[in-house]
Each structure stands twice: as structure tokens, then as C-alpha cells.
Design a protein around this ligand. Structure first.
Ligand code: SF4
Ligand code: SF4
Length: 193
């Protein structure tokens, strides 16, 4: 058939040699490559016995932070939910009652706060959107589960324990840390352990 361009090339099919027909060179070459890999540094690890060290800014399991006095920082403004591209966050807002000042920092708080970890793509936009420095992603891995319902994390799994704080200061850039030194932004003061 006449070709449409002059770029076509006729490929000749060469006769295979005896060795090639026996596949011996190919087998030997394959074995050499396999043996070479035995002496190379392994890229796999025996998880969970061995665990990798994650970067400080790894985006894993979220935490809802408390302030220095132990009150929940979240004010149920909903900005994290609005910014979430996966629509993974839902919450119910409630009004703080007199006497609850030590539990909730703002007059409004989230009585229910849930993240569906099956929807979450760990993009970190919720963390970026939060004006109260209340939600952060951490270097913890979301544990596996056999039930879909087990991946909907409520406040019991998200809010940090009063006596077991999670340090997120390394996730914050130099400029953010500098910003927090200004008195007028003291509500955003550094919230490490
Ligand atoms: S990390 Fe991204 S996808 Fe996950 S809850 Fe936050 S905003 Fe949504
Ligand atoms: S975590 Fe932050 S952005 Fe989300 S509702 Fe609470 S205060 Fe608002």
C-alpha cells in the first residue's frame, strides 16, 4: 500500500538464532537482573512492625485542637466544611451555656463535628481555612476498619485529649509563627503542647 508520508519505515523480521530460539540469553539476563536486586537497598518495609518516619507536614489524621487552658478552639463557623472539596466535614453548632467557658473558648461551638475519612483526600484545605487554628492534619495514620461507619470520625476521635496534646507547631511556617507574635492576634497564639 502507498504510504501517506515519507516517515514510514519497513521493518525486517530477522531470523532468530538458535540461542534466541532456546530463550537462554533472555533467561540469563532476567536472572542477572533479579540477583542484582537481592543486593540492592530495599524500598519496602515490614509494616506494621517497622514504621516509616513521616515528615512534620505529612497530611494524615486530623486533630481538633484545644487552647492552652484546655477549651475547644472550634467555633463551628463552618469554613472548613465549605472549603472541603470532598464534602467530608459535617457539624452541628450549639450555643455555649453559662459555666461552660472552660469547655469551649467561643460562644458558639460544635456539638457534633464529623469527618468522613473515606471521602477525605487529605488536601489540608480545612486546615488552611480555619480562622481559629482549631483543625490541623497530623502525621498519624487513619486506622483501617472493616465497616464503612468506622471511618466517620466524631469528636471523640478528633478532639485532642486534655492530658495528651498533639504538637502541630512544626506544621506552621516561619511567617505564620511571626504573625502570631502580634498582640492583636493573640487569639491565634502558638498552640503547641
Ligand atoms: S483534608 Fe481536604 S478533603 Fe479532608 S476534610 Fe480537610 S478539606 Fe476535606
Ligand atoms: S474547625 Fe475551624 S473552620 Fe472548622 S468550624 Fe471549627 S473554627 Fe470553623
Amino acid at each position: 500500500m502507498q504510504s501517506l508520508t515519507n516517515r514510514s519505515k519497513v521493518v525486517e523480521r530477522k531470523e532468530m538464532t538458535l540461542a534466541e530460539r532456546l530463550y537462554l540469553p533472555a533467561i540469563v539476563n532476567g536472572m542477572v537482573i533479579t540477583i542484582k536486586h537481592l543486593f540492592k537497598k530495599k524500598t519496602t518495609i515490614s509494616y506494621p512492625e517497622v514504621q516509616r518516619e513521616f515528615s512534620d507536614i505529612y497530611r494524615g489524621h486530623h486533630v481538633l485542637k484545644r487552647d492552652d487552658d484546655g477549651a475547644e478552639r472550634c467555633t463551628a463557623c463552618g469554613l472548613c466544611a465549605v472549603s472541603c472539596p470532598a464534602e467530608a466535614i459535617t457539624m452541628v453548632a450549639a450555643e455555649r451555656k453559662p459555666g461552660e467557658e472552660k469547655l469551649y473558648r467561643e460562644e458558639k461551638y460544635a456539638s457534633t463535628y464529623e469527618i468522613n475519612m473515606l471521602r477525605c483526600i487529605f488536601c489540608g484545605l480545612c486546615e488552611e481555612a480555619c480562622p481559629k487554628e482549631a483543625i490541623f492534619l497530623t502525621d498519624r495514620i487513619v486506622p483501617s476498619n472493616f465497616e464503612r461507619g468506622g471511618f466517620v470520625f466524631g469528636k471523640d476521635k478528633l478532639v485532642e485529649k486534655v492530658d495528651l496534646r498533639i504538637d502541630v507547631s512544626k506544621r506552621q511556617t516561619k511567617s505564620v509563627l511571626e504573625f502570631k507574635t502580634h498582640k492583636q492576634y493573640s487569639h491565634n497564639k502558638l498552640i503547641n503542647k
